[in-house]
Design a protein around this ligand. Structure first.
Ligand SMILES: [Ca+2]
Length: 346
């Protein structure tokens, strides 16, 4: 051993080869390697791509489902044939007639029409006049109800109250000059009438079967009869003269009920003749996407809602969505229409 020779140290382990055996791809085939020895194909790459495509597929399916639901949700309106089919179906399920006549005696009758449950968008839509009041609210009407085929007539008011406050007199004219508060007195007396019971539903423990004013939502649902247009018959004011009395055809006076065409559910004079009180206090619509079920308005307010316009209103004020808010003691040009609600679901 020479002095230049290094001293032998402890034995060093043999270095690992730079190119190990080709890693398995799991398929039994070796992965292709680059010159530095790293595999060119990540063994997890195929699974990652599969997961990516599955995720994209799920997202796409959810997107399509959401789009379909959005379209289906917004497509709430229907034509006259469908309106009548739903009305007949509701009557069959309840075992009640579409039209019900309540005899008050002395030849005075109340005629009622069954309105099915349903879903709609209440209020004005963009482009339907009255831009400062464009508003809407999704509403669910969860139970069918009966509503007056006509505005309450003077002979009906006279029969129940023994008086007639109207200025333009006529037995078949709608009663007018009645405040919201006056209507409450009328309802008390009507609901207290003795046997034969006037209610078509019979009475429940929570007020079902009693006559009352329609809610604002019930009124508009009944007036629209499946339409989303400005009027129950369409958008054109030129058609209004066939369906109601307004300042364009009334001759500045009211007219007997039922002289014009009904809507698809058989209601007369929803547009014009007299404004019609609803039960609700006035408030702004919620504008949200979450529907309100059988809304009854806010608990308090300054004015009660009336709907539909009168013989003295212009065509715009007679639209299905127009709402007019008045103090409960207000009387001018205002009458009302009766509702009887059911405790039964459709
Ligand atoms: Ca009316």
């Amino acid at each position: 051993m020479s002095a230049e020779q290094p001293m032998a140290g402890p034995a060093q382990p043999a270095p690992e080869p730079r190119t190990p055996n080709p890693p398995s791809t799991g398929s039994g085939l070796p992965a292709v390697s680059l010159s530095n020895g790293e595999p060119a194909v990540n063994p997890d790459h195929g699974r990652s791509l599969t997961g990516f495509y599955v995720a994209i597929g799920i997202l796409l399916a959810l997107g399509l489902l959401g789009a379909w639901m959005w379209v289906a949700w917004n497509r709430w309106w229907f034509d006259a044939g469908e309106a009548q089919r739903r009305q007949a179906e509701a009557a069959a399920r309840l075992g009640l007639p579409v039209e019900k006549v309540v005899d008050l005696g002395g030849g005075v009758k109340l005629e009622l029409v069954l309105i099915p449950a349903g879903r709609f968008r209440m209020g004005s839509q963009a482009g339907q006049d009255d831009p400062q009041r464009v508003g809407h609210q999704w509403v669910l009407i969860t139970k069918p109800f009966y509503i007056g085929k006509y505005e309450v007539t003077q002979e009906v008011w006279q029969k129940v109250m023994g008086t007639n406050p109207s200025v333009d007199r006529g037995a078949k004219n709608p009663v007018e000059e009645v405040s919201w508060d006056d209507c409450q007195e009328f309802l008390k007396k009507l609901n207290a009438l003795p046997h034969p019971h006037p209610s078509p539903f019979g009475r429940g423990s929570k007020g079902e079967g009693l006559f009352r004013l329609p809610t604002e939502a019930e009124w508009e649902w009944a007036c629209r009869a499946g339409t989303k247009t400005r009027f129950c018959f369409g958008d054109e004011e030129s058609g209004l003269a066939d369906y109601g009395w307004y300042d364009g055809n009334s001759g500045s006076t009211m007219h007997p009920v039922g002289a014009k065409k009904p809507n698809a559910w058989g209601l007369y004079d929803c547009h014009g003749n007299v404004w019609e009180w609803c039960g609700d206090w006035c408030d702004e619509y919620s504008h949200g996407w979450w529907p309100k079920a059988d809304p009854t308005g806010p608990p308090t307010g300054a004015g009660r809602v009336s709907r539909g316009g009168s013989w003295g209103s212009n065509a715009v004020a007679c639209r299905s969505a127009v709402r007019y808010c008045c103090h409960p003691s207000y009387r001018l040009y205002v009458g009302f229409r009766l509702v009887v609600s059911s405790s039964r679901t459709p």
